[in-house]
Design a protein around this ligand. Structure first.
Ligand code: MIC
Ligand code: SF4
Length: 646
């Protein structure tokens, strides 16, 4: 059992009510700050309104616009206008489109060591780079936190990661987290938090640490936290926020549930190969593979240092004629600094295409690669099809490796370029201009909420019936991500319109000429049958999008039966009244086929009495199912979702 860790110290200051301090047991924590982004935020604020909340109860809540910015049709801008007006009316700061990506901006302008942050985006743990306990959750959970309710989770197992040594030239923070992914993989880390310590920590700047904590999301851990030390102080001072600094470290005798040691000095350049963030190879192994596209950006890797490094590598050179290079800066602060110091000119002159500060191609908003093209991205996810191209070959790499490939047209270790290693340091003062962040008025009562026609309502489920009788609508493979369940890309603009968005549930698994998942689900629903989804391991990994629960719910899905379900997705299922069930015997996955009938008699009673659930497949085969639900979760499911409990 872990003791005296930094994570425990932060938890101790935030625990509300009773806590057994036993890993896996429920714990509730007070949330100091929240963040939302537009693609999840519209629904979160509609939910906040549905709860009747007039003013947020947090120390700070910020609403960012960074995902849906293409404005192909009126939907995106309709969302922005709703978000801006609801923010003003409820006491929330509003970051305007073009200001940058929520996680990078929050780190730069608002993060405070030792505070808790809940965000409706799975990469909220980026804030751990500055010593925050920053956790991603579904929009409804963030709305509840804004309403002043504590956040409920399982008391964590704490993985300690001891960093020693110092990164060698050309080896980047990205390689540290890719190494972590090679060790821990994306599976099996639900309920864990990661804490970094050791003398290697002090060699990493806050943005480098944030690259590491950001991609902790891909490990499936709840959050990752770095100590707050001299580096943290320097970063906060350079952001003009030195007074927010406090020192935070684990006790010297801290003990962890699991210990990993990484000597930074032994790491080399790595890449996550298609199509999973834990499919790690060294760049040396991949060397020579032809590359057609490089993109540098996202909340993982578009800090000042990252883009200055790229600018230094590109300066006076031209990109390879067979490669396109796009740069999406993480924040306007970085973009403006680069434009003032001339680095942007070096990037432009090399042939790069400059995108606006936002998520952009990371969420399939443009820049889809050609078919059969290797694309190198400094992002955090390379799930199949996330680029917008079916059968994509997307590799996740550091900015250094992406820039090297842009110059040579092949996978190339940057050290092999023969360029002198540019020593880039963060500035002593960042350029500070918060004019794109709108402060809410002291009294938002009279503010008119702008609701254009594409702003819908959160759909509400019905109470769980006594028995469930229905059909297995789909069987999905291992590691089915929320991108598989609810694709983003060209469909992202329908986030505020559930009937429209629900049409593409499981689109990736639809077969040409056959009814789509949505059509099959609606047909079953209209015959009064309950829909079941059958999943394998790590079902629902990736994004926090609660639409991966809301849209299936809208289509009549009543339960997901899987070998394992990821934390945020399981919580979203509960919030919308879908039962997350786990096979007692994993082999039973094979006992169900798509289209089979499934009957669960007395399901309400079983949940109320906390008894094992037995499903009967095709009228004969019995399958035992378990669940990891708190009493509160069960109350929510019985009611048909959180919004029915008002
Ligand atoms: C993502 O990276 O997949 C997203 C888009 O940022 C999501 C949120 C969303 O689906 O809106 C996330 O990571 O939670
Ligand atoms: Fe945006 Fe990509 Fe970061 Fe998600 S992972 S918040 S889409 S930049």
């Amino acid at each position: 059992m872990a003791s005296n860790t930094l994570i425990q110290k932060i938890l101790a200051k935030h625990i509300v009510g009773e806590c057994s301090h036993v890993a896996g047991e429920p714990v509730a924590i007070r949330i100091d700050q929240t963040l939302t982004q537009d693609a999840t935020g519209t629904m979160a604020y509609l939910e906040l309104e549905a709860m009747g909340v007039k003013k947020v109860a947090t120390e700070l809540s910020v609403s960012y616009v960074d995902h849906n910015m293409m404005q192909n049709g009126p939907e995106n801008r309709n969302d922005h206008l709703y978000l801006q007006s609801i923010a003003a009316s409820r006491g929330i700061r509003f970051s305007r489109p073009g200001n940058g990506i929520c996680h990078q901006l929050h780190l730069e302008r608002f993060g405070i060591p030792g505070k808790t942050l809940l965000g409706s985006d799975s990469h909220t743990p980026t804030g751990g780079g500055i010593g925050m306990m920053a956790i991603g959750a579904g929009g409804l959970d963030v709305a509840l936190a804004m309403a002043g309710q504590p956040f409920r989770m399982a008391y964590p197992k704490i993985i300690g990661v001891k960093l020693t040594g110092k990164l060698r030239p050309w080896v980047a923070a990205k390689d540290v987290i890719l190494k972590m992914l090679s060790i821990l993989t994306t599976k099996g880390n639900v309920g864990c938090m990661v804490e970094y310590f050791g003398e290697g920590v002090s060699t990493l700047t806050v943005p480098q640490r944030a690259t590491i904590t950001n991609m902790g999301a891909e490990l499936g851990v709840t959050c990752s936290v770095f100590p707050s030390d001299g580096m943290t102080k320097a970063f906060l001072e350079a952001q003009g926020r030195g007074d927010s600094w406090v020192e935070l470290t684990a006790e010297p005798n801290a003990e962890y549930d699991k210990l990993i040691e990484i000597d930074l000095g032994t790491l080399e350049e790595l890449a996550a190969c298609p199509s999973s963030p834990d499919n790690i190879k060294t760049v040396a192994e991949l060397s020579g593979i032809k590359v057609g596209q490089c993109i540098i950006g996202s909340c993982t890797n578009s800090s000042y240092r990252d883009l200055m490094m790229v600018a230094a590598m590109l300066k006076g050179r031209k990109i390879h004629p067979d490669v396109t290079l796009a740069i999406a800066p993480g924040s306007r602060q970085v973009l403006e600094m680069l434009s003032r110091n001339g680095a942007l000119a070096d990037i432009i002159s090399a042939g790069a295409r400059i995108l606006e500060a936002g998520c952009g191609p990371c969420i399939g908003q443009g820049q889809s690669p050609a078919n059969e093209t290797v694309t190198l991205r400094t992002f955090n996810r390379n799930f199949p099809g996330r680029t917008g191209t079916k059968g994509d070959q997307s590799y996740l790499v550091s900015p250094e490796v992406a820039a090297a490939a842009a110059l040579t047209g092949t996978f190339t270790a940057p050290s092999a370029l023969g360029i002198e290693y540019p020593e880039i340091n963060d500035p002593e003062e960042f350029l500070i201009d918060d004019s794109m962040i709108i402060e809410p008025p002291a009294d938002g009562e009279g503010i008119e909420i702008i609701r254009k026609p594409t702003i819908g309502k959160p759909p509400v489920n019905t109470a769980l019936p006594a028995d469930l009788s229905g059909v297995a609508l789909i069987k999905t493979p291992d590691k089915t991500s929320t991108d598989d369940i609810m694709p983003a890309g060209i469909h992202l603009k329908h986030r505020s319109n559930i009937p429209e968005y629900a049409k593409v549930v499981f689109e990736r698994f639809n077969e040409a000429g056959k009814p789509t998942f949505a059509q099959r689900a609606m047909a079953a629903r209209d015959e009064g049958k309950a829909g079941f989804i059958i999943g394998r391991d790590s079902y629902g990994q990736g994004s926090s999008r609660e639409h991966a629960a809301i849209c299936p719910m809208y289509l009549g899905v009543k339960a997901v039966i899987a070998m394992a379900i990821e934390r945020i997705h399981a919580a979203n299922l509960v919030n919308f009244g879908i039962i997350p069930l786990i096979f007692v015997d994993r082999a039973d996955y094979d006992a169900i086929a798509e289209g089979d009938s499934i009957q669960i008699s007395d399901v309400r009673k079983a949940l109320e009495n906390r008894e094992e659930i037995v499903a009967v497949v095709n009228g004969s085969k019995q399958i035992r199912l378990k669940y990891n639900l708190t009493d509160e979760d069960i109350r929510i499911i019985l009611a048909g979702g959180r919004l029915n409990l008002r």
